[in-house]
Design a protein around this ligand. Structure first.
Ligand SMILES: [Zn+2]
Ligand SMILES: [Zn+2]
Length: 127
């Protein structure tokens, strides 16, 4: 059994958000750090909770992780600071890496471990 993400792919909302960010980047409407230049091949980073914002790897910490959202599901906004797991999922388009963190309720089954599925089913039953 594998606990790796992957075979069935990310959920549609994540692909939509990713495509919007790619498009903003192509059109030059994305908010970017000063190191992101047209046609570059160095990795650049975007995250689901800040669509339309891109940065180089070095600036990613500053651009994305100073807010209060890193312990929330990127899809439903569930606050997981009480210890619920977040799944990290990634998409890639050329040099652009796109990350999303989603709660066990929003993640597709195939990215969850058996334990995480059990956790989700327990919390559903108790809700
Ligand atoms: Zn930068
Ligand atoms: Zn969620």
């Amino acid at each position: 059994m594998s606990t790796e993400q992957g075979q069935a792919g990310p959920p549609q909302w994540m692909i939509d958000t990713f495509n919007a960010t790619v498009q903003a980047l192509m059109e030059g409407t994305a908010t970017a750090c000063e190191h992101v230049v047209a046609g570059q091949t160095n990795p650049i980073v975007a995250v689901a909770w800040k669509p339309g914002i891109v940065s180089c790897v070095d600036c990613a910490q500053q651009m994305f992780f100073c807010g209060d959202k890193e312990r929330c599901c990127d899809f439903c906004g569930l606050d997981v600071s009480d210890g619920e797991p977040l799944m990290n999922m990634q998409l890639r388009h050329g040099a652009l890496f796109f990350a999303a963190a989603v709660c066990v309720h929003c993640a597709p089954d195939d990215v969850l471990t058996a334990d995480q599925r059990a956790f989700r089913d327990r919390s559903r039953a108790g809700a």
